[in-house]
Ligand binder design. Sequence first.
Ligand SMILES: [Zn+2]
Length: 428
Amino acid sequence: MGLLIRGGRVVDPVQGLDGRADILVEDGLIRQIQPELAVERGTVVVDAAGLVVVPGLVDMHTHLREPGQEAKETVATATRAAAKGGYTAVVGMPNTVPVVDTPGQVELVRARAAREGVVRVYQVGAITKGSRGEELAEMADLAAAGVVAFSDDGRPVPSAAVMRRAMEYALMFDMPIISHCEEPSLAEGGVMHEGFYSLKLGLKGIPALAEDLMVHREILLAENTGCRVHIAHLSTKGAVELVRQAKARGVPVTAEATPHHFTLTDAALEGYDTNFKVNPPLRTGEDVAAVIRGLADGTIDAIATDHAPHTEAEKAMEFDYAPFGMVGLETALPLAITRLVNPGVISWTRLVELMAINPCRILGLPGGSLQVGQPADITLINPDLKRTVDRDRLASLGRNTPFHGWSLQGWAVATMVGGQFVYQEEGV
Ligand SMILES: [Zn+2]
């Protein structure tokens, strides 16, 4: 039995589409896509009039917290949060307990995702054993086990020699290295951005220089080895400029930015609310402006959540001791629409590039388009819907959102994975 998504504004840059179209889904696949399709007997019709229909969103930076930190989040709850946020796939980072640095750990996450996940789950493997930055993980085995990239996310790889060797290996498997860029001696002990507010609040700062230096090192290493390097959660004006220049001279570098880094500044730390404590830290208004420019002009390739759930007890600790991170899967899309699309900073087409096409392209994943024959991974967005973020109504186990009480416009109202709705609001 077929399902017809009728009358929506279909935005699919891969096919050059931005206009009214009907999409016929059958056997989990996209069967037809035309300006107008006849309704066959027995076909279920989903009225998408007034909605924007896009390829399923892909989050290339999610902390699923499994294995080992199920009090913070599980594959089941994270993927439900993802579905609610309009995502049809998430990419799990390996800094779990234990670290995903063996094929066995990759298999464990895959089994859990197959059993409990409601969206597609891909996994990043660690660069070094235990992500300790010393000895390379068995990268060949991890690649064979199906990881989509390598990263020691959560921390930098301090040794340039280790990183260079990792890149040489990753190049052999044609896989990118995702780098959490932080020069450790400069960042050490910091809990927020170093600047006016860290002085005012008496908190130890992490200078922008810590990020800029490491981004520069990774760019030079990528240039030297030919390995593709993806910069995670870019947050400084200097780093944006470094990536811009590197791309201009043909270095194989890509980058992502998070919704909080294009929305919030370090001024939000006044009040010492630990929900604003994140790594890399919230930066200055100038940095935010640079990140937004980078998203608009193509310097930054992707919007990624860095979804990092923590328990209430952990976030209730004193500012210096509370863990870094905030949840993001359920607010990323409405923030991107409210802060970037609605003010005209980026188009819907660019939004789809940033949140679906480019994550797939960078990691070599299927998806990112609504082409006939592809799995029906589709997100339906109501661009007019205004809703207030309520931390107590999140599908994630994490309550640590800095956006509680924010009114945002433009929300996912239905999410389909392989032809099945995994999230669907009433009336859709
Ligand atoms: Zn990170």
